[in-house]
Design a protein around this ligand. Structure first.
Ligand SMILES: NC(=O)c1ccc[n+]([C@@H]2O[C@H](COP(=O)([O-])OP(=O)(O)OC[C@H]3O[C@@H](n4cnc5c(N)ncnc54)[C@H](O)[C@@H]3O)[C@@H](O)[C@H]2O)c1
Length: 282
């Protein structure tokens, strides 16, 4: 989508971090922005900031874990701006823990926000983007954790691998029409994600205040400025770039994973069980 001037974007989780970075970059490029976030006060501040610098922005409190909430946000976007061209499925939460040890409630919470949230955004917004025929773009926020199985984060990695899978499928399905699809795979970015449990609803165990002993805050603080990610996402939309990586020094993780996977083929080429069997192919 080369020409973004006057186009409308909806950003989930746009009150903070990378979502806010996207909202700022889109506004500066002349786009209209609707933010959907679960946190009302930071969202109100974000919208006020965007409008103060001459933007055309609005917000609607949205819980991406609930399809009806995202559908209501889509209807509000059409009511406010008439059309929508870009959906950024960006809201997400961070949860640590090994797959076999993480609590089931944390598993459900991270799946509901990071995976179902993306699905809800696609279901509610993509039909509205494709129906006007002007073209548009989907940006799904995954992570480097969707490209490589980082230790100690099984449930989180599961959601991000799923988001990469959904995005790659959509890239193939929309390769011949005017809907661009990108998957954002950030490395470490200095956002509020270390404090995600502030938003954990009662049905997942309730909110948790940040733990002072938690070292992730220090690590995150050294991360990339989320406003840089906002500009990167804008550039990727304009150039229809499918994979958006924020940290070129992490290329080795993809190379390492690909090498491990290909070693599986080397093994299959020589294993006894497949000897003499004609491959079916795809
Ligand atoms: N920060 C990083 O290092 C990093 C790295 C890779 C991927 N990511 C991903 O980036 C995305 C954005 O996170 P961030 O790092 O900017 O964190 P952030 O906490 O600063 O922003 C996330 C936003 O999502 C909102 N949110 C949380 N639950 C929600 C819900 N149920 N419905 C609607 N909004 C909700 C929060 O209120 C917040 O405004 C997430 O998907 C995250 O997994 C972050």
């Amino acid at each position: 989508m080369k020409d973004v001037q006057g186009k409308v974007a909806f950003i989930t989780g746009g009150a903070s971090g990378m979502g806010l970075g996207m909202a700022r970059a889109f506004t500066a490029a002349g786009m209209k922005v609707m933010i959907g976030d679960i946190e009302q006060a930071p969202m109100d501040r974000a919208v006020a900031e965007l409008n103060e610098v001459g933007g055309d922005a609005a917000g609607i409190q949205t819980d991406v874990t609930k399809l009806e909430s995202v559908q209501a946000a889509a209807a509000a976007t059409i009511e406010k701006f008439g059309k929508v061209h870009v959906i950024c499925n960006n809201a997400g939460i961070g949860v640590g823990g090994q797959s076999e040890k993480a609590s089931m409630r944390n598993w459900e919470w991270v799946m509901d926000v990071n995976l179902w949230g993306v699905v809800h955004g696609l279901q509610a917004f993509v039909p509205l983007i494709t129906e006007h025929g002007e073209g548009g773009h989907v940006v799904n926020t995954a992570s480097m954790a969707g490209m490589y199985g980082l230790r100690g984060a099984g449930p989180y990695n599961a959601t991000k691998f799923a988001v990469v899978g959904i995005s790659e499928t959509m890239m193939a399905e929309h390769s011949r029409d005017n809907l661009g699809v990108s998957v954002l795979c950030p490395g470490i970015v200095a956002t509020n994600i270390g404090n995600s449990a502030r938003n954990r609803a009662e049905n997942y165990g309730g909110p948790v205040q940040p733990n002072e002993k938690d070292t992730s805050a220090e690590m995150l603080a050294k991360g990339l400025n989320p406003d840089v990610v906002g500009h990167l996402v804008l550039e990727a939309i304009q150039e229809d770039q499918p994979y958006i990586f924020t940290d070129p020094s992490l290329r080795y993780l993809i190379e390492r994973r690909t090498k491990h996977i290909l070693a599986g083929y080397d093994w299959a080429d020589n294993c006894k069980a497949l000897e003499g069997i004609e491959p079916a192919g795809l």
